[in-house]
Design a protein around this ligand. Structure first.
Ligand code: HEM
Ligand code: HEM
Length: 182
């Protein structure tokens, strides 16, 4: 059966979805690997630079995504999708946005309160915006370290559901694909 309803997110939404999605999928393993003992110093430094600065770019893009998303309509789900699935999808998507903000902000606070550099922001002369405080850095660190579990679980759920729609060819995957084009 074919449906005839609004078919895709606007190109900005699709492009941001795939840029942020790939960056997040790369950032999580980098965050884990960069702390391993026995890494060569230059490798470790590079991974930290990628993780911290990439995380800040993710934060900026997620804020833009949320603002843009609130201003533009989303395509309707096909009538074949049961109501519980539509609710589950919206809930998971909202939680993904929320957890990305929690991860990026807690990472930022952990690093700035700890007195460490964020090279990209330092190059632009952007001040820390967070006081130097070991206890604040520790709290932010434990939030950063705990929030990765629900984030990873939601990503797995979301990706599995996305792939299910791809294979079912029910039109939902093409809401978000291709990243560019009409
Ligand atoms: C291979 C991986 C991925 C696939 C196959 C995929 C698939 C999809 C699909 C099909 C939609 C549209 C759903 C709808 O119309 O209701 C969507 C939306 C969304 N995806 Fe993904 N996705 C992937 C990776 C990610 C990642 C890694 C994240 C975040 C960490 C993410 C966050 C979101 C969000 C927040 C939305 C909602 C868009 C909105 O309404 O603002 N996705 N994804
Ligand atoms: C959405 C963005 C981000 C994701 C998904 C993410 C993910 C992770 C993960 C999975 C870890 C390993 C956690 C652990 O071993 O306890 C980690 C560690 C870390 N992250 Fe992030 N991160 C993000 C953003 C940031 C940002 C923006 C910064 C700093 C500017 C940052 C700084 C750090 C630091 C310093 C660590 C090492 C743990 C520590 O010593 O506190 N992260 N991150």
């Amino acid at each position: 059966m074919s449906f005839n309803y609004a078919t895709r997110y606007p190109v900005t939404t699709r492009l941001l979805h795939w840029i942020v999605g790939l960056m997040v999928i790369a950032t999580i393993p980098i965050g884990l690997v960069m702390q391993q003992q026995g890494l060569a110093r230059p490798t470790q430094d590079l991974l930290f630079i990628l993780h911290k600065n990439g995380g800040v770019i993710i934060l900026i893009l997620v804020v833009l995504r949320i603002a843009w998303r609130l201003a533009t309509p989303a395509p309707a789900l096909p009538p074949t999708i049961p109501a519980w699935q539509a609710t589950a999808a919206k809930t998971v998507q909202a939680l993904l946005y929320a957890l990305l903000i929690v991860m990026a902000v807690s990472g930022y606070v952990r690093v700035r309160a700890g007195g460490f550099p964020i090279e990209m922001l330092d190059a632009f002369g952007i001040p820390a915006m967070v006081p130097r405080s070991d206890s604040l850095a520790e709290t932010a660190q434990s939030i950063h370290s705990t929030a990765r579990f629900p984030l990873a679980a939601l990503i797995l759920l979301h990706v599995a559901a996305g792939l299910k729609h791809l294979f079912a060819r029910d039109g939902v995957f093409s809401h978000i694909w291709p990243p560019l084009g009409r």
